[in-house]
Design a protein around this ligand. Structure first.
Ligand code: FAD
Length: 466
C-alpha cells in the first residue's frame, strides 16, 4: 500500500486521512493544531440537499446562481450528488445534527447544523476516528513540497524531508494574507504559492469572499454569523440609518457596509429585537459578553472581513493537480465548484466530498515514488507578511479598480517576504486587474457590470491567464 502525506488538519485533511487509512494506506497527517483550523471555527454547518421537498437539482441551481455561472457545472453536479454519501459517512462516525437552517442563496433549509458550532463537533469526531484508524499525526509546519522534475516526492517538515508516494495539500485557503479575517492567521496559502512556484497552476485567485459582519474585539477578530441577520438583526449607521437589505447576498451587504465606512460612518448590528439571542447563538453571545456587550441591550459594531478564498491549486474533478502525485482538497483546491461566489455552507460539503474522493483517486492512480536525490529545499523565511496583508486589504479588497490594483502590484515589488506568498499575492492582484468586470465576490468600480466575454475561469502560473 502507498504511503500518503497530508498537510493540514482541517475537515478536508482529516476526512482524506480517515478514508485513506480505511483503504489500508500508511497515512501521515502534518498539522499545526486541529483546534486552530478554520474548520473548527465553522459555525452554521454543512449544506446537504437531503430533506423531503429538496433536490440535488435545486441545490445545483442555487450553487450556479450564487457562483454567477462561472462554476464548472460538471464539478457542481458531481459534488452535490455526493451529499448523500457525505452524510452517510458522517453518520457512520456517530455525528448527529440538531436542526436545519436556511442561509443566504439557498432556496431550502438544507444547512445541517449543531448550535452554531458545527465545525468543532465535526473536526473532533473526524480526528478521533482518524487516530483510532492508525493515522500518524505530526505536529509541525509542512514547510515546502518536495517537487523535482514535475513530480511530488513528499514534504519538508522542520527541515527534514519526509518521502511519500502521494502528497495531499489540505492546508486551507489564504484569508490570513488579508489584514482582517476571523479565520486562522496561519492560513497564508504558503503551499499554494509553493506549488505554483514549482510548476502547478492556481485557479480563480481573484475571487475572495468577504463576510459583512466581522467583529474587531479586544480578543481578536470574530465572526457574527449571518444567521443573526436571518433572525432579524438590522444594520444601522451611527446615525441610526438603515442602508441595505440585511438578507441580500454577502457581497452586496459587505460592499454596502464598506461604502458607509468609507464615508467615515461606523456601522452596527442591532440585535436587540432577538428575544432569545443567548439560546440561539451561545458561542457568539459568550464572546460578546466577554467584550462587555449585551446584545439584548447594546449595538454591536461590525466591519467586513476576508472570509473565504475561492481560488487555490487548480485540480481536476478527481482533485489531481498538474504535478504528478500531488493532490489538493478543501479550501486549498480550486476546480470551479464555487464559481465566482461560494454559497454559504457549501465549503464543508466540498471538504468532505473532496476528502472521500481523493482517497478513491489515489487508490486508482496507485502512486509510487522511487528514491529521489536531493529534492530542492529553500528554507524560506516568512518575512514581512504584515505588508502583504495591508497591500491585499487596501488594493484587492471589497471594492477594486485598475489604478489601485496597479499600485498594489508596484508596492508588492518592494516587500521583503517569502517569495511564495508574494507570488500568491501577485496572482490575486494580477487576476483581479485582468478581470475587467464585476462578478460575484469580485467587484470592480471601474467595470461595475458582469461581462459575457469574462465568463471563464482564470489560471495563474506566475502570469494571469484569463
Ligand atoms: C469563522 C468561520 C466560520 C465558517 N463557517 C462555515 C460554515 O458554517 N459552513 C461552511 O461550509 N464553511 C464555513 N467556513 C469556511 C470553512 O470553515 C472552511 O472553508 C473549511 O473549514 C476549510 O477546511 P480545510 O480543511 O480545507 O482547511 P482548514 O480548516 O483551514 O484547515 C487547514 C489547516 O492547515 C493549516 N496549515 C496551513 N499551512 C500549513 C502548513 N504549511 N503546514 C501545516 N499546516 C498548515 C492551516 O493553518 C489550517 O489550520 C467558515 C470559516 C470561518 C473562518
Amino acid at each position: 500500500m502507498a504511503s500518503i502525506g497530508i498537510v493540514g488538519g482541517g475537515i478536508a485533511g482529516l476526512t482524506a486521512a480517515l478514508a485513506l487509512a480505511e483503504r489500508g494506506h500508511e497515512v501521515t497527517l502534518i498539522h499545526t493544531g486541529i483546534k486552530k483550523t478554520n474548520s473548527y471555527l465553522a459555525q452554521a454547518g454543512i449544506a446537504l440537499p437531503l430533506l423531503e421537498g429538496d433536490s440535488i437539482k435545486a441545490h445545483v441551481i442555487d450553487t450556479l446562481r450564487g457562483g454567477k455561472y462561472l462554476n464548472d457545472e460538471e464539478v457542481v453536479w458531481n459534488v452535490v450528488s455526493k451529499a448523500s454519501e457525505a452524510y452517510d459517512f458522517l453518520l457512520s462516525l456517530g455525528m448527529e445534527f440538531e436542526t436545519n437552517e436556511t442561509e443566504g442563496g439557498h432556496s431550502f433549509p438544507r444547512v445541517f447544523t449543531i448550535k452554531n458550532e458545527t465545525g468543532k463537533h465535526l473536526t473532533k469526531i473526524l480526528y478521533l476516528h482518524a487516530k483510532e484508524r492508525g493515522v500518524s499525526f505530526i505536529k509541525g509546519v509542512g514547510e515546502e513540497l518536495a517537487i523535482k522534475h514535475g513530480k511530488a516526492y513528499g514534504v519538508f517538515v522542520n527541515g527534514e524531508f519526509l518521502k511519500f508516494d502521494a502528497t495531499v495539500v489540505a492546508s486551507g485557503g489564504f484569508t490570513g494574507l488579508f489584514k482582517y479575517t476571523a479565520g486562522s492567521p496561519m492560513n497564508l496559502g504558503t503551499l499554494i504559492g509553493d506549488a505554483v512556484l514549482k510548476g502547478a497552476f492556481a485557479r480563480d485567485l481573484e475571487f475572495v469572499q468577504f463576510h459583512p459582519t466581522g467583529f474587531m474585539g479586544k480578543e481578536g477578530v470574530k465572526l457574527i454569523s449571518e444567521a443573526v441577520r436571518g433572525a432579524g438583526a438590522k444594520l444601522v449607521t451611527e446615525d441610526g440609518e438603515r442602508f441595505v437589505n440585511e438578507l441580500s447576498t454577502r457581497d452586496i451587504v459587505a460592499r454596502a457596509i464598506y461604502l458607509k465606512m468609507q464615508e467615515g460612518k461606523r456601522v452596527f448590528l442591532d440585535a436587540t429585537g432577538i428575544g432569545d439571542f443567548k439560546k440561539k447563538f451561545p458561542q457568539i453571545y459568550a464572546f460578546l459578553r466577554k467584550e462587555g456587550i449585551d446584545p439584548s441591550r447594546d449595538l454591536i459594531q461590525v466591519s467586513p472581513i476576508a472570509h473565504y478564498t475561492i481560488g487555490g491549486i487548480a485540480v481536476d474533478l478527481w482533485y489531481r493537480s498538474s504535478i504528478k502525485n500531488l493532490y489538493a482538497i478543501g479550501e486549498a483546491a480550486s476546480n470551479g465548484f464555487h464559481g465566482a461566489n461560494r454559497l454559504a455552507s457549501n465549503s464543508l460539503l466540498e471538504c468532505i466530498v473532496s476528502g472521500l474522493e481523493v482517497a478513491r483517486t489515489i487508490a486508482r492512480d496507485k502512486p509510487r515514488v522511487r528514491e529521489v536525490k536531493d529534492p530542492p529545499y529553500h528554507g524560506y523565511e516568512t518575512g514581512d507578511v504584515e505588508s502583504l496583508r495591508r497591500i491585499l486589504w487596501e488594493h484587492a479588497g471589497i471594492v477594486r479598480n485598475a489604478k489601485s490594483l496597479r499600485e498594489g502590484l508596484k508596492k508588492l515589488e518592494g516587500v521583503e517576504a517569502d517569495p511564495r506568498l508574494k507570488l500568491l499575492a501577485k496572482g490575486v492582484l494580477e487576476c483581479a486587474l485582468a478581470r475587467e468586470e464585476s462578478r460575484g465576490a469580485h467587484y470592480r468600480e471601474d467595470f461595475p457590470l458582469m461581462r459575457k466575454e469574462f465568463e471563464r475561469p482564470s489560471f495563474f502560473d506566475g502570469k494571469c491567464m484569463l
